[in-house]
Design a binder for this molecule. Structure first.
Ligand SMILES: Cc1cc2nc3c(=O)[nH]c(=O)nc-3n(C[C@H](O)[C@H](O)[C@H](O)COP(=O)(O)O)c2cc1C
Length: 184
């Protein structure tokens, strides 16, 4: 079993990274092979809307997104993590989402196998847990377009300094347990 984590924050060891890592640590404990992508360090352009992928199974742009396409096609489970920037996921994460258009057929069926498992993690300065509920619900719908089974959403709230999420012992435990149970 392979689990891939995506960190949409530009901050390594930031709150999102800490949460993604917790889930991956749990997956390792359950016997999975894991890999983590720092999207900010990858060369990924935004979707050009060129419609190439409407005619052909693939993207015309040749950049590091090919690694993401391979991961999405071949892995069994995913941890998608992004902090909230101005009421949304970061632009880094949004670029990846838009480029996933190349994984959707013209009839809106998915070009990746259904049944993969996913966990969403996020971090926000706002202490109100439901403040960006809509963002997570919409992203869940995106993942469901690809036939993914979204197993849970874990959000660190009320923190700004990198790594402060670690102070939330309950959330850390929940994220790790979610990773352990990803394949149950
Ligand atoms: C450009 C920018 C925009 C932000 N916008 C919001 C926001 O709209 N709502 C919010 O609650 N927090 C916002 N934050 C705070 C971050 O979500 C918060 O600091 C989070 O813990 C960062 O996660 P990270 O450590 O994974 O980078 C913003 C931070 C930055 C840098």
């Amino acid at each position: 079993m392979k689990v891939v984590g995506f960190v949409g924050s530009p901050r390594k060891n930031g709150n999102t990274d800490v949460l993604v890592q917790q889930v991956l640590d749990g997956a390792v404990e359950a016997g999975a092979d894991v890999e983590k992508f720092y999207i900010n360090e990858m060369n990924i352009k935004g979707c050009q809307g060129c419609t190439y992928c409407r005619e052909v199974d693939g993207c015309k742009l040749k950049d590091d997104m090919s690694q993401v396409y391979d991961a999405l096609k071949n892995a069994d489970g995913f941890v998608f993590g992004s902090p909230i920037y101005f009421f949304q996921f970061t632009s880094q994460m949004r670029q990846v989402i838009d480029r996933c258009w190349a994984l959707v057929n013209p009839d809106f069926t998915s070009r990746i196998e259904a049944g993969k498992k996913a966990i969403i993690v996020s971090a926000q300065g706002n202490p109100e847990p439901d403040a960006f509920k809509g963002v997570f619900e919409e992203f869940t719908q995106v993942l469901q377009m690809f036939g993914m089974d979204v197993k849970g959403t874990f959000v660190d709230v009320g923190h700004h300094a990198p790594g402060e999420a670690k102070e939330n012992a309950e959330l850390m435990e929940q994220a790790k347990t979610a990773g352990i149970e990803l394949f149950k």
